[in-house]
Design a protein around this ligand. Structure first.
Ligand code: SAH
Length: 451
C-alpha cells in the first residue's frame, strides 16, 4: 500500500492502544478511531511492510457502539483515544484485554471480574500537564497531534476536573497578556514549556507549576502576582527544565508563592502532596481501588506489611490501623518526605517510609531476615523485577497484593510469583482512566506452599 492510498477495510479488532485493526491483502492495518464491526475507507499514513497505519476518510458501516466525540481535536491528539466507544463497551474492552493476556500465558483458569466503572466518566482528573507553544503567533495550550509535536490548541480537556481547565485558561491568558514567550522546541528557546495544575478534590485547593526553560526571566514576578489572584490557587511553583528533552519535568522545583503542597483526602486520611510526588489522578475512584486491594488482603493486627512503590504513602497509611507495622519504599525522595509527613499528620505511628529502589531495598531487607505478612506492590508500567520478586518471596508473605497499571507486565510478574508458590483465581480491573485505553487492576496472590 502506498502513502495516501485509500483502502476499504473491515475492522475486526481493537488494539491495546485503541486502534481499529483490519487486514488488506494479508497486511495488518491499524486505523485510528475505527471500531470492530465497522467497514471504513481508510487513508494510509505510513506503510511499514508488514503493517500500516491509517486514518478514516469515510465510515461505510458504523458500529452501534460508536458515540460522537465532542471535539475532533480529541481524535487528532489521542488525548482521549477511546472516547468514540460507548462507556460500557470501554469497560468490556479493558476486561477482555486482561483475559486475552492471561490466555496467551495459558492462565485461562484465572477469572477476570467486570471492570469497576469510574464514578465520573469525564472531568475526573485531579491533575493536568499541558504543553504550551506559539501557534500562529499566539501562545496556546493544548495537546500534541498524534505522532508529532504540533500543538493542537484546546480549551476543554474533557477528562480534567473543569476547575483545572478554568485555571489553565486563566494562566494562559495571563501569559498572553504579559507577552511571555512559549517554548520553541526546535530553537530551544522561549520560556514556558508546560503548565501543570493539580487540585485537591476534597479541599478545592489548586497548585500551579510553570515548567520553564530558565530559572527566572523578565516578567515572571508579575505573572506570579496575577496567578495568585485566580480563585482556588493556593500554591505556585516553577519547575526548571533547561534540557533538550521530551521529559516534561526538570529535577528542581522552585517555590514562588503560597503553600508548598496541596491537601487532599482519601477516606478519613489527609494527604499533603508536593509538586514531584505521584498521587492517583482519579480522586473519586482511588478509595474504591484501595478498598478492593485492602479488603482482599485479609489484614490482622499482628501483620507487618510492605507498601512498595508507595508514592506519598497512601496505600500503607490507609491500611495502617489494621496492622502492626507498615514499611514503605519509594524512589522519589520528595514523595518519601511526603509519606513521612502524612503519617505524622494522621497520627499514624506504625508506618516507616524509606527512600530507594524497591528492587534494591527489598533484597536488603530480605538479607537482614525481615519477615512480612502481606506485600502491596503498585509499580509503574514496567512492573516488578525478578530481584524484587525473589526477595519479596524470601520474606514469606501470605499474600502479595498487586495493583497494576499495565496488564502485560502484571501477567509476566504473576507467572514468576506462581512459580514461587503463589496463586490466584481472580484479577479485578478498575477503571481509573475513562476515555483512554489504560487498564488498572487489583490481583491478590496467595501462598499455597510452605517450605
Ligand atoms: N502507591 C502509590 C504510588 C503508585 S505510582 C499510590 O497509589 O499513589 C508508582 C510509584 O512508584 C511512583 O511514586 C514512582 O515514583 C515509584 N517508583 C518508580 N520506580 C520505582 C522503583 N524502582 N522503586 C521504588 N519506587 C519506584
Amino acid at each position: 500500500m502506498k502513502k495516501n492510498e485509500i483502502v476499504e477495510v473491515e475492522i475486526t479488532d481493537l488494539s491495546y492502544e485503541a486502534m481499529g485493526v483490519g487486514h488488506v491483502n494479508g497486511e495488518t492495518v491499524f486505523v485510528n478511531n475505527a471500531l470492530p464491526g465497522e467497514v471504513v475507507k481508510a487513508q494510509i499514513l505510513k506503510d511499514k511492510k508488514s503493517y500500516a497505519f491509517a486514518r478514516i476518510s469515510e465510515i461505510v458501516k458504523e458500529s452501534p457502539d460508536r458515540v460522537k466525540v465532542p471535539l475532533r481535536q480529541y481524535v487528532q491528539t489521542g488525548l482521549t483515544s477511546l472516547a468514540h466507544l460507548k462507556y460500557d463497551k470501554q469497560l468490556e474492552f479493558k476486561q477482555k484485554q486482561v483475559k486475552e493476556l492471561l490466555s496467551k500465558a495459558h492462565l485461562d483458569q484465572i477469572k477476570v471480574a467486570e471492570t469497576l466503572p469510574s464514578p465520573l466518566e469525564t472531568g475526573y482528573r485531579n491533575k493536568a500537564q499541558v504543553p504550551v507553544r506559539m501557534v500562529k503567533g499566539q501562545l496556546e495550550i493544548g495537546f500534541f497531534r498524534r505522532h508529532s509535536h504540533d500543538l493542537v490548541p484546546l480549551e476543554d480537556f474533557f477528562t480534567n476536573d473543569p476547575e483545572i481547565d478554568r485555571v489553565l485558561l486563566a494562566v494562559r491568558d495571563i501569559l498572553r497578556e504579559k507577552r511571555i514567550p512559549a517554548y520553541d522546541e526546535e530553537k530551544h528557546q522561549g520560556q514556558v514549556r508546560y503548565l501543570e495544575v493539580r487540585r485537591g478534590t476534597a479541599t478545592g485547593d489548586m497548585m500551579v507549576v510553570l515548567v520553564c526553560l530558565d530559572r527566572d526571566f523578565p516578567g515572571l514576578h508579575s505573572v506570579v502576582d496575577e496567578i495568585k489572584e485566580i480563585a482556588g490557587v493556593k500554591s505556585i511553583f516553577l519547575n526548571h527544565n533547561s534540557k533538550r528533552t521530551n521529559v516534561i519535568l526538570g529535577e528542581h522545583d522552585y517555590h514562588l508563592w503560597g503553600k508548598r503542597y496541596i491537601d487532599d483526602k482519601i477516606g478519613d486520611l489527609t494527604f499533603e502532596i508536593s509538586p514531584q510526588s505521584f498521587f492517583q489522578i482519579n480522586s473519586l475512584q482511588t478509595p474504591r481501588l484501595y478498598k478492593l486491594a485492602i479488603d482482599q488482603a485479609g489484614l490482622t493486627k499482628d501483620d507487618l506489611i510492605v507498601d512498595a512503590y508507595s508514592g506519598i504513602g497512601t496505600i500503607g497509611l490507609s491500611a495502617a490501623k489494621d496492622v502492626k507495622e507498615v514499611r514503605g519504599v519509594e524512589v522519589v525522595k520528595a514523595a518519601v518526605k511526603d509519606a513521612k509527613n502524612n503519617a505524622r499528620l494522621n497520627q499514624i505511628h506504625n508506618a516507616k517510609y524509606y527512600a530507594g529502589k524497591a528492587e534494591e531495598l527489598m533484597p536488603k531487607w530480605a538479607a537482614e531476615g525481615l519477615k512480612t505478612d502481606v506485600i502491596f506492590v503498585d509499580p509503574p508500567r514496567k512492573g516488578l523485577t525478578k530481584e524484587f520478586i525473589d526477595a519479596a518471596v524470601k520474606t514469606g508473605p501470605k499474600k502479595v497484593v498487586y495493583i497494576s497499571c499495565n496488564p502485560a507486565t502484571l501477567v509476566r510478574d504473576m507467572q514468576l510469583l506462581m512459580e514461587a508458590g503463589y496463586t490466584t483465581d481472580l484479577v479485578s480491573p478498575v477503571d481509573m482512566f475513562p476515555q483512554t485505553p489504560h487498564v488498572e487492576s487489583v490481583t491478590v496472590l496467595e501462598r499455597t506452599q510452605i517450605d
